[in-house]
Design a protein around this ligand. Sequence first.
Ligand SMILES: Cc1cc2nc3c(=O)[nH]c(=O)nc-3n(C[C@H](O)[C@H](O)[C@H](O)COP(=O)(O)O)c2cc1C
Length: 388
Amino acid sequence: MSSSKPNHLNHGQEHGQKHSVDTSDERVLELPKIQIGSVQLDSPTALAPMEGVTDRAFRALIRGVGGCGLTVTEFVSSESLKRNDRKAWQNAELDPNEHPVSIQIYGRDPQAMAEAAKECEGLGADIIDLNLGCPSKQVTGGCSGSALMKEPKRAQAIFKAVKAAITIPMTVKMRLGWDHDQLNATEIAYSAQEEGAEMIAVHGRTRMQMYRGSADWSAIKAVSDKVSVPVLVNGDILNAQGALKALKESGAQGVMIGRGAVRDPWVFKRVNAALLGQEFQEPPLEERLSSLKQYFDYLVQGVNSEKHACGRIKKVIGLFTRGLPYGDELRQEIFHQHELANIYQATEAYFARLQSEGINQFGKLYDATPRSIQLDERSERYAVYDLT
Ligand SMILES: Cc1cc2nc3c(=O)[nH]c(=O)nc-3n(C[C@H](O)[C@H](O)[C@H](O)COP(=O)(O)O)c2cc1C
């Protein structure tokens, strides 16, 4: 691979140099664009892949709100696709007008990963993302996800096989390493680039940290310095200030936001406004409620059981209301509900209460949230998380 540095930010910068996003007081006039191979992101922001959350319905919500440069599916198991598992195919389904979108796959067998990548290209994905970050035992137990960071040779074989199987860009999402004694994100990222990866996203935690402590954005700087392809900084970015700080500390070209986007689907617009030095216009409460309702409706069309829909909706409402007044009351109220109609009703009543009390400046509430995340030690799964 050529060692010349391509230009990933197309806002009038010199060709042949990779630049960090300008987060100084002199704001940019135009949003920096990120070039991932043939795919251009119009905003330096991406939605993080989240199992059980970033399904078609949720991605449609994010697109409807706007501002997000790239959406990513929840992870799809290459082995499950091979077995023709219906759920895996469902997880990889895209909307025809959803672009740019990336399908994330995971697994440990290079051939199965290559076949899965090819199938996903056929489904209309613009990008194939490889998961080297998932800490869940369900995934690492099968020695994929972040466990691959302990096997750089196998990871390299996967990069090579996938790259050879597809014509669209390949990207990789990883953690800082397996644990603090094995911080090898820089080497893995470089190896991925050498095998043709065109963007790297790094969650600033090790696998062993799971979701404990805080993401270390500055540790990602070494990756940004080493590779010439764009790097996205990920982990604990909850608002515009956080995004600017993460960009500065990591030297990354863009931000990838997960839980912060479930809590506040407008976070991408907030980040864009901050980069442009503009004031963000808070959406009215009605817009929040109608977006959430559209999400409910979309979700119900796409799932096969009310129980499944209720589970996903609870997860999203759980995050949507973090840091908001009376959010804990709503969460408690819907926790034991198994009927969609009751969840709708409780959510409407919640918004009506906020409306009657004149609570609508969500940005200020979000900015006041402390930057800490608690992990549910019992499950060691992704599904339980906290932002307060
Ligand atoms: C509910 C949930 C599901 C997740 N599923 C995935 C996944 O499928 N693939 C993946 O690479 N990371 C997954 N992650 C990790 C996120 O993509 C992201 O790296 C992590 O949450 C840190 O970013 P955040 O603080 O912005 O949420 C998941 C995280 C959560 C909270």
